[in-house]
Design a binder for this molecule. Sequence first.
Ligand code: UD2
Ligand code: MN
Length: 618
Amino acid sequence: MMGCRRRIRRGLPWALAFVFTSGLLLWSKNDGGTGIDPALQDDWNSLRLKRDQQEYIDRRGLHVVVGYYLGDANNVGSSANLTEELLNRNMFDPKPREGQDGVPVVIPPHLSLQMQKLYRINRFNLMASDRIPLNRSLPDVRKKMCRLKKIIIDGLPSSSIVIVFHNEAWSTLLRTVHSVINRSPKALLKEIILVDDASTRTFLGEELNEYVAKLPIPVHILRSENRIGLIKARLMGARKASGEVLVFLDAHCECTIGWLESLISRVAEDRKRVVCPVIDIISDETFAYVRSFELHWGAFNWDLHFRWYTRSTPDIIRRQKDITQAFKTPAMAGGLFAMDKSYFFELGGYDEKMEIWGGENLELSFRVWQCGGSIEIAPCSHVGHIFRKSSPYTFPGGVSRILYTNLARVALVWMDEWQEFYFKFNPEAIKVRDEQQIRTRLELRDRLQCKGFRWYLDNVWPEHFMPTDQRFFGKIKNTLSNQCLEKPTGRGSLNQPMGPVLISTCDVEGRAALTRMFVMAPTEGLSSKVWSGALMTDESVCLDTPDLETADVTLKVRIVACTGQKRQNWRYDTETMSLIHLETNLCLDMPTSESSIVLKDCVDHASQKWIFEPVHWK
Ligand code: UD2
Ligand code: MN
């Protein structure tokens, strides 16, 4: 606990806990040791193993963990000692100053065992949450310029806040509700709509009805008898909403001062704008409120998992003139956004054939952009969200079936020839592809006269690292060893973000081959003899030099986040087959003694000759 407090003061993790769609999850590792009782260590270890995680230190020194998220393989109810009685007990027991101003909760050591047990129910520290009052204070995390900026509320449209939930904890659900009530201008807040997606916890029934009836703002509860998933639950809420703007929130959020007016005012100016807040982090372990970095925007990786990427340096400098300006984002995380109600339905609501969880954020993102709207992040609007390391609920029908179904629908309807790229490298998704009925969604796309995915990539996400007809996509093979460049997946260390570029056998098939794939967009075009540009690969990482000032003599080439800077530019001579680093004029070389590659003075030798071997992606 102390560790967390220390880190917050140091301000280190604006710690990105990243959201995921069908599985990949990125979060900041915030435990020095696990802090887990030895008796539960096995359980914990198996959870961690299942996540098949990779860890590295990013360029800012942030410890990042990338894990494969498996949804709920481990059925909550069946976990040892989690009885029905316990699951249905509302243990909310607030201590007046606990968690005040967003500080971390410290659980007394004698409660540690019980704390770990309760953690499994919602996959966050339920005991910590249950000790924090529903109306706890939070700091004003906005930048000074945001605080000074006056937004005139008169004349702005009213909003309906839609919160869907399935077996949420009492304290997190109602802290979300109270934070909305306490920190939204009354004139903008028409109602809160809670949609109960077939929760089984008894305290979410009559007890919840009675509680919300006493609140000073109309709170309506809609209940679905059967589990319909978050997508259909949101539709249910949206249809009942009477405000002009829909604002969606997850059921474990806390809104900070100024959050709502910053969203609504942007939507009011242009009804085709979908506006997201900056998503801050409520620690799943301590419930500390951690302000996150404002300069991230959302997109996705080759597997169509949502990802945050950092803005480029020139872009950051440009923005310094007015940091209160909203900025465009190619995709949204999914849970928190404001959208004009009539525009939401005009644009086709959600795809009702999507189940439970996942993919709807990309579907809506593509639809909004391709059909004439825009998506942006309002940096003066901050809302905290509890990012979890795994999902607490069941996925009826199986996690992978549900996730691949949802993503297959996204690809089939919106991605044109890039759907082939997705299916080619995600054979699991092929299994569900042919059974998808997508006619009405394609008709919608037609009716709205939406643009193609090519347009989206070119105009909305020019920094993308997808293959295109104008780009090279394939393997980069050394003529001496017949081995290929490979993106490292293992652990990095502090001074080697993501590790050096590896070299290994080219002959792998299917998904494994993806770590050998590179993309290069030659500035002069593929038909020219000399190509120059960045060598990009999945997750927006690029071939980069070692830190030249500090590097040891070997100059190992690394893979780091793409920045668009010159140090990531390479020239490939299709005739001599040499690959030259533009800034240093050194050549990419494969030392025989090592499995990583280096920069060396250029010589006419097979260790410096590379074959760009194209791979069909569609
Ligand atoms: C993120 C989004 C989430 C959603 C999801 C992809 C944020 C902060 N969160 O994952 O809103 O877009 O990506 O689908 O951007 N729920 C139900 N019924 C279900 C499953 C979930 O009502 O069958 C509720 C759940 O109680 C919660 C909300 O849906 O309030 C989102 O679920 P989550 O918190 O598990 O999603 P998250 O944050 O991992
Ligand atoms: Mn959530």
